[in-house]
Design a protein around this ligand. Sequence first.
Ligand code: BES
Ligand code: MN
Ligand code: MN
Length: 462
Amino acid sequence: MKEQKKYIQENKDRFLEELKDLLRIPSISADSSYKDDVMKTAEAVAEKLKEAGAEKTEICATPGYPIVYGEKTVNPELPTVLVYGHYDVQPPDPLDLWHSDPFEPVIKKTDIHPEGAIFARGACDDKGQMFMHVKAFEVMNQTNSLACNVKFMIEGEEEVGSENLGWFVERNKEKLAADVILISDTGMLANDTPSITTGLRGLSYVEVKVTGPNRDLHSGLYGGAVANPINILTQMIASLHDENNYITIPGFYDDVEELSEEERAEMAKAPFSLEDYKKALDLKDVWGEKGYVTMERNSIRPTLDINGIWGGYTGEGAKTVIASEAFAKISMRLVPHQDSKKITGLFTQHFKSIAPDSVKVEVTPHHGGEPYVSPTDSPGYQAASKAMEDTFGKKPIPVRSGGSIPIVALFEKELGLKSILMGFGLDSDAIHSPNEHYGVFNFIRGIETIPQFYRHFAELKK
Ligand code: BES
Ligand code: MN
Ligand code: MN
C-alpha cells in the first residue's frame, strides 16, 4: 500500500492532466451531432487502458456506440474483477449557467472541496470515476501488486439507457465471465463519511401527448367551448398524486418492497441533516410521501416526476391561442420487485382512462430499467468495505441510492453476478447539472482505494 501511495503521489499531476484530456472531448451520447466525439472518446479510453497495462484492448462495435473492452490475466487461478463504467456524458445545457466551459476543465477550490475540484461535464459522472479504475490499474501494474485478473467494459450509451449494452452482454457471456463486477458510478455520503451503495432504483420513462382540436385556435373565439389540451394535461398530471403525495395509478404500489421497522431504523442511523439539505437547495421545506422521511423518499420509495412539459406559445409577449397539442415527459423511479414494463403498462392504461372524450391521448414508452439491491455479506461487498476502511480509516455505511444504472440488474440476470457500487462522488457534485465537478481528493482517494479492493477480494476468495 505504501509503494502504491508513493506512485500515486508522484504521478498525481499527470493523472489529473490525463483526465482533463478525456473531459475535453464532448462525448454527448444523446445528441447525434457529437457522434465523432463519442467515437473519439472510445478510442482515447482504449488507448489509456493499453498504456496502463492491458494485454488486450478492443473497441467492440454494437448497433449503437462501441464498448471499450480491455483485459489482463495475471494467473487463471486468481479471481477476475469486471470493471464497468461509461465514457458518455449528459448534454451540458443550460450553457449560460456554467461558470466555465463545460468541456474546458478547470480546477477550483470550493467549501466542500478545499483541495480543489475539476469542473467539467462528466468530471464525476462518469469519466472521472471511470478513469480512477484505469489509473488504479496502472498503479497496480507499476508496483507489481495486481492481485486479481481484470476485465474492463466501458460503454458509451449509459446516459441514453444502455440499450446496446444488453445486446453486447447477451452475446459475450463467456468473454465477460468474472467473479464480481466493480462499478464507480455512484456517490458516498461525505468525504469523512464513506458509504457503499447497496441499492439502485429502477426507471420507467414515458412521453405523453394530448391532442385537442385539429389546429391551434383563437382563445377568444373558441375559449371555454373546446378542451384546451394544456389545461387537460396539467389536470391529468396533477391527479397523479393525492393529498398525501401518494401516486394514484391503480396497482402502482402492488409489488413495492416494504422495509421492516428494523431496516428503517438501521437506515435512519446514517448521518443526515434536514436543515443542511434544505439550505443546500434553498428550500423552505421539503416535499414527499406522507409517512416517510427524506432519506426514504429518495431511495426506498417509488416516485413519479414530470421531467419536461411543453405546448402552446412560450415566446415573447402574449399570443392568445389554444394550442392543438400538449406534451410531457414523465419518469417513474421504481424500487425492488416493481417491474418497469408492468409499471409502464399500468401508467398507460390509467393515463388513457382519466382523459376526457374532448381530447386524444398517446403514451410513448422510452427506455427503462429494473431496480437493484445487493447484500452486504458477499465477498465483493466485504472487500469494498475493507478497502474503504483502509483508506478512510472508517468503516463505510451501506446506503441505498435513488439513482438508476439499468445495466446493473441486467448484469445480474445475464451474468449471474452482483455488482459492487463503490462510488466516490458527492450529491453536491452537480452531476447532470451545470457546473458538474469532482473533488481532486475524491479522485485520488478512489485511485488509492481500488487496489485495496483487489487485494481483499483475492484474499476473501482464497
Ligand atoms: N451515474 C448515474 C446514476 C447514479 C448517480 C446512481 C448517483 C446513483 C448515484 C447514471 O449515469 C445516471 O445518470 N443514470 C440515469 C439513468 C439512465 C437510464 C439515463 C439516472 O439515474 O437518471
Ligand atoms: Mn453515470
Ligand atoms: Mn448520469
